[in-house]
Design a protein around this ligand. Structure first.
Ligand code: GA4
Length: 334
């Protein structure tokens, strides 16, 4: 990775006035093989909007195959990787995140899942055997999507709403606008002249934000970096676990539950001597889907907290925002 240019460095600094980072071992762990997990799952979504899942049923070989394909891609020369870029918004990106000037110590590949995004452009850069990469992606995404749907159905059960597919059907829809991203946070050149740091030695890999979709499923290698924000504004470091998945509630699920589930603010610090590789499935609804609080989740004494919007409208608004912005305020009822 090239050394960051001056304006980018200024943005990588980023978290001023930040509250101290706290070490945290209290990430809720949900065992997907247990039927009573639905209650813990609802509690985790209400309290943190974040949890870890074990006994997830995703074959370990799907995970390791995709990780090794991703590493082969990221170890290509920059000029080769750039053939799959720029990310507008899909494709290969390096340091620049989104269209509005956000940057991080990161390179990544972004795909949409249902449309024609496994397009030739990406696969041309995968050397002699692009089919290997395509099949690793397909296997991994199918398994993770199934797990995401199982989790969403357990959530509906835990919330006592029907049909239990009320959330999962949005991901299962042929038109579902779900995306997938492979992230590589390279080790920070040490001591980097002018490389942006927060506190003592933390460089921002991916700045703080919430995910706009319904649910995000993250898997990383054993390198730390992910942090989540608690309601009191404190940041906590999530110990990595390459054998488990981490689940985030997204903005759309916060709206559908009328604020009962919290869309978790999170970020990644690239403060390690080792590289971090993560793969994230973002489960989103079809573009035309109307997103609004579900009537059974608006309690008697409550009102709907959000105006109805289509996923297309929310996405358009998200792409006009900066990463750290609170994107839901525009859709709150006053
Ligand atoms: C955050 C969640 C996903 O990574 C993502 C991101 C997207 C991008 O990287 O292109 C966005 C960001 C994410 C939210 C606000 C906009 C859009 C960058 C950005 C500044 C793919 C997504 O869907 O929204």
């Amino acid at each position: 990775m090239e050394v960051v240019s001056k304006p980018a460095i200024e943005q990588l600094s980023c978290i001023r006035n930040c509250k101290p980072t706290t070490l945290f071992s209290g990430v809720p762990i949900i065992d997907l093989s247990k039927t009573d997990s639905k209650h813990f799952l609802v509690k985790a979504c209400e309290e943190l909007g974040f949890f870890k899942v074990v006994n997830h049923g995703v074959p370990v070989e799907f995970i390791s195959k995709l990780e090794s394909e991703a590493l082969s891609f990221f170890s290509l020369p920059l000029s080769e990787k750039e053939k799959a870029g720029p990310p507008n918004p899909l494709g290969y990106g390096n340091r620049s995140i989104g269209p509005n000037g956000d940057v991080g110590w990161i390179e990544y590949l972004l795909f949409t899942i249902n449309q024609d995004s496994f397009s030739q452009r990406f696969f041309e850069v995968f050397g002699s055997n692009p089919e290997e990469f395509r099949s690793a992606l397909n296997d991994y995404i199918s398994a993770v999507k199934k797990m995401a749907c199982d989790i969403l159905e357990m959530m509906a059960d835990g919330l006592r709403i029907q049909p239990r597919t009320v959330f999962s059907k949005l991901l299962m829809d042929e038109q579902s606008d779900s995306v997938f991203r492979l992230n590589h946070y390279p080790p920070i050149p040490c001591p980097g002249p002018g490389i942006q740091t927060l506190n003592s030695n933390n460089t921002i890999g991916f700045g703080e934000h919430t995910d706009p979709q319904i649910i995000s499923v993250l898997r990383s290698n054993n390198t730390s970096g992910l942090q989540i924000s608690l309601e009191n504004g404190n940041w906590i470091s999530v110990p990595p676990d390459q054998n488990s998945f981490f689940i985030n509630v997204g903005d759309s699920l916060q709206v559908m539950t009328n604020g009962r589930f919290k869309s978790v603010r999170h970020r990644v610090l690239a403060n390690s001597m080792r590289s971090r590789v993560s793969m994230i499935y973002f489960g989103g609804p079809p573009l035309s889907e109307k997103i609004a609080p579900l009537p059974p989740l608006i309690k008697e004494e409550e009102e709907s907290l959000y105006k109805e919007f289509t996923w297309f409208e929310y996405k358009r608004s998200a792409y006009n925002s900066r990463l750290a912005d609170n994107r839901l305020v525009l859709f709150e009822k006053i």
